[in-house]
Write a protein that binds this ligand. Sequence first.
Ligand code: NAI
Ligand code: MG
Length: 510
Amino acid sequence: MSQGSAAPSSGEALTGALFDRYAVAPAIRSFIARSHGLLVAGRWREALSGERIDVFEPSSGARMASIASASANDVHLAVDAARRSMDDGRWSRLAPAERERVLLKLADLIEADLEFLAVLESLDNGKPLTAAREIDIPDALRFARYMAGWATKIDGRATTLSAPNAPLGVTLREPVGVVGAIIPWNFPFNMAVQKVVPALAAGCSVVLKPAEQTSLTAIRLGELAQHAGVPDGVLNIVTGFGPTAGEALARHREVAKLTFTGSTAIGTRIGQIAIQNMTRLTLELGGKSPMIVLADSDLDRAAQGVVEGIFYNAGQVCCASSRLYVQESVHDALLERIATRANALRLAPGLAPDCEMGPLVSARQRDRVSEYIEIGKAEGAQLVAGGECAGTGYFVRPTVFSGLHPESRVMREEIFGPVVAASSFRTDDEVVRLANDTRYGLAASIWSNDLARVRRLAGAIRAGTVWVNAHNPVDPALPFGGFGLSGFGREGGPEQLDAYLETKALWIAA
Ligand code: NAI
Ligand code: MG
């Protein structure tokens, strides 16, 4: 059950010292220290088994908190509660304007809670507080407001049919039913908001299973939703492990729609389970996203783009720019700039004011990433920067490899850490071939000011998102999702609402 080596007592002493050093507010300290439960039918309670999961603070590896470990029975109770709330229409048949009002209220509460959420997220996941405060939580807030607005904008079509006597055909968009949402640990609060709010806007009830490593801000979201007036049973939160709580949710027949973000391996497994019940499915999975730098691009801007593309969130980003293709004539000059920036990045606990890159989320993820670094070295890569772990806790230095063969594992497999593999190309045709030489297809970026070349390349790249002179930003109005092994379905934009709606055709005889 444990993920770290620190014993509970020393863990509390260590995290207490950390809280003191960074003056963590008493309200946040006491929230963390609570005996967090499951949210089922509007009540917070222990797991039926009483089992708990330890939560570790990533910069020290010390035990910081514990959460309830839901079993299949707890999950069944949560799905039952969600099902009942759908059936009696307390949310699903509420006036759309009323649903919108409640969700906008939730957004206001998130805004008022921004600092609390940012500190909690930083402590739980390890990410820099500045990033949580300036990017993550504000992104989630914008997403919540955008999706709240969709509650009143869901409509169908009316059309005169060609059958005798011209019957009227009408399409109705109805909430799909109970939504099961399973999310990962890299953007815990954003992922929760990104799945929960659009489902609620569509009139669905939800059972959310956060990642076992990072459940604290999802728990906080549950409290805020209650304060905003989301009725009991409409949002249920079951913290717990994937193979137990997650899989029980995936298997439940009363779950009409599953939305999952995480590894391709588990996504595949969930897909196989889902098809047995014809459960609707959105899968947002891994990636090996290319960043393509053309010779005409602004090299300082591109170097900064690499820092943002692969070192943001310590590389634990599904669309991270983990493959870097640089046009031959600027390859060495760009790598020099990247190495300088990578070596200068300040690694520190997320709460440290000067932290530029935090630790990875868990000991397991650190070990996984350092194993890939060793694989890269063994595969004959040239090490341009980094290449090692750092300090106590789960730190890995920003690492830049170059000169790897396209078939090497570091060029092909998702590492999910601060590791980029660079290589050079000559022609646009060659870089299209290299960039598309992957079974993933989540994202890509092209760095150039040559509009005609950018347009041609963007058209030829197989990926759900292509950024031009940027890498990683998201916006609620733009659908995000993958080609190939990166999954299917889109999140963001009106496309996401579709995923939580069924279409019913109505035939009205004249
Ligand atoms: P994972 O895919 O195992 O975990 C994601 C979520 O799925 C968590 O909530 C977990 O509890 C749940 N889960 C695990 N097994 C399950 C099962 N059998 N049934 C239902 N739910 C289950 O990811 P993990 O193991 O934490 O990370 C491994 C790798 O996955 C990373 O190194 C990275 O490559 C990839 N990953 C990709 C993410 C993305 O944003 N696309 C996010 C997290 C991980
Ligand atoms: Mg796993």
